[in-house]
Design a protein around this ligand. Structure first.
Ligand code: ZN
Length: 54
């Protein structure tokens, strides 16, 4: 627990935690945060998009 989004923990994830953000649609961005979409349930979003809702 704790710093699970940083450093070597990321390297263990598929694509090193990167993908297309479902909110801003940037590709190969790091998707580090869980975000609850009204229709899609929990998704992973980038740092920028996470800040909009919390
Ligand atoms: Zn985003």
């Amino acid at each position: 627990m704790g710093k699970s989004n940083r450093g070597k923990a990321l390297e263990k994830l598929p694509s090193k935690g990167r993908g297309e953000c479902p909110i801003c649609f940037r590709k190969r961005i790091k998707l580090l945060y869980e975000y609850e979409m009204e229709n899609d349930g929990m998704v992973k979003v980038c740092k920028n998009c996470r800040q909009k809702s919390h």
